[in-house]
Design a protein around this ligand. Structure first.
Ligand code: ADP
Ligand code: MG
Length: 335
């Protein structure tokens, strides 16, 4: 393991912010630590960086304990929500900063700066002033600056959260690409599902100072460890079901779930688990509707009130009766 965190605990006077946490990241892997605001993500990241002293536990790199190694000698790169660039230096001056501190010569620096600006979609930006860049461009510069010295671990704290949605989605994909191309080992902490699932090879879910589950994004999405985790991952209602030969049967009917284990399970339903479909087997009444970006969100009454979705073109009005079907893509199976 490149990074190995064991039993890490950080206490503040009023709260245990990080409680007995174990995480491992292998060489070249990107781990996303995902959890609601206040669950301890930043504290954990700061403890890994060496900015926070743990009350218990160890942070090791390639098996060597880092307790006595100060922040600047850990060889880790840091990126925060607000890139914290040097406003008086131009783009190249910012990106080259870590290289100059290491005594890298000018021609090597210039080449590396050009390489990183190209990787982050900022070709030719070398002499632009920081104050003349958009928020998204500034964050790209911050990422280039952190990657330039080839950190053995890149620590990213909500790196895209300050950007508006369209920019965030684009930059998340660009950052995922940059991390893969550079083979960078990274720990990214975020409260944003999309960000975590776009960037990560593996996702660790955190709640109230503890890691509750970790796995590949699709595993965590499909099989949350418990109900609070499922709620955090978008499930809004839950139903008992019985699975036999890859078909789950619940109060709303049968649905194919080829990966679900046989026997009794609990299904978590995201709003997309119930779709308006003229030929669907279920019958409901629309209680409420609200437009979202690319669909209409409904509350429908079946036996109880449940969330559902409809297409924008044919979304029913409040009070209408609708046919619905279960969509397995919107279901999670709780283990
Ligand atoms: P997250 O990054 O997941 O939003 P944080 O790690 O920032 O969470 O905070 C976790 C908990 O620790 C919160 O309850 C927060 O108020 C508390 N906390 C964070 N930093 C400090 C600090 N320096 N002193 C006291 N309490 C803190
Ligand atoms: Mg935070």
């Amino acid at each position: 393991m490149a990074l190995s965190v064991r039993g890490l605990t950080v206490r503040y006077p009023a709260i245990i912010a990080v409680s007995d946490v174990d995480i491992e990241i292998s060489d070249g892997e990107v781990l996303a630590l995902l959890g609601p605001s206040g669950c301890g993500k930043s504290t954990l990241l700061r403890a890994v960086a060496g900015l926070e002293r743990p009350d218990a536990g160890t942070v090791c790199w390639d098996g060597a304990d880092l307790a006595a190694i100060p922040v600047h000698r850990r060889g880790f790169g840091l990126v925060f929500q607000d890139g914290q660039l040097f406003p008086h230096r131009d783009v190249a001056g910012n990106v080259a900063f870590g290289l100059r501190m290491r005594g890298v010569d000018k021609s090597t620096r210039d080449a590396r700066v050009g390489e990183l600006l190209a990787l982050l979609g900022l070709d030719g930006y070398q002499h632009r002033r920081i104050t003349e860049l958009s928020g998204g461009e500034q964050q790209r510069v911050a990422l280039a600056r952190a990657l330039a010295p080839r950190p053995r671990l890149l620590l990213l704290d909500e790196p895209l959260s300050a950007l508006d949605r369209a920019l965030r989605e684009q930059l998340a994909m660009d950052l995922a690409h940059a991390l893969r191309v550079s083979g960078t080992t990274a720990l990214v902490v975020t409260h944003d599902h999309d960000e975590a699932f776009t960037l990560a090879d593996r996702v660790a879910l955190m709640r109230a100072g503890r890691i509750t589950q970790s796995g590949r994004p699709e595993e965590v999405w499909r099989a949350p460890a418990d109900e609070p985790t499922a709620r955090f991952l978008g499930c809004t209602s839950f139903l008992p079901a019985t699975v036999a030969a890859g078909v789950a049967t619940c109060a709303l009917g049968a649905v194919e779930l080829p990966r679900a284990p046989d026997g009794p399970v609990r299904l978590g339903l995201r709003p997309t688990a119930l779709r308006v479909d003229g030929s669907g087997p279920l019958d409901g009444e629309v209680l409420a509707r609200v437009h979202r970006r690319d669909h209409v969100r409904l509350v429908v009454r079946l036996d109880t009130a449940m969330d559902a979705v409809a297409g924008i073109a044919d979304a029913p009005e409040v009070g209408a009766r609708v046919r619905l079907r279960l969509d397995p893509d919107g279901l999670a199976v709780l283990s």
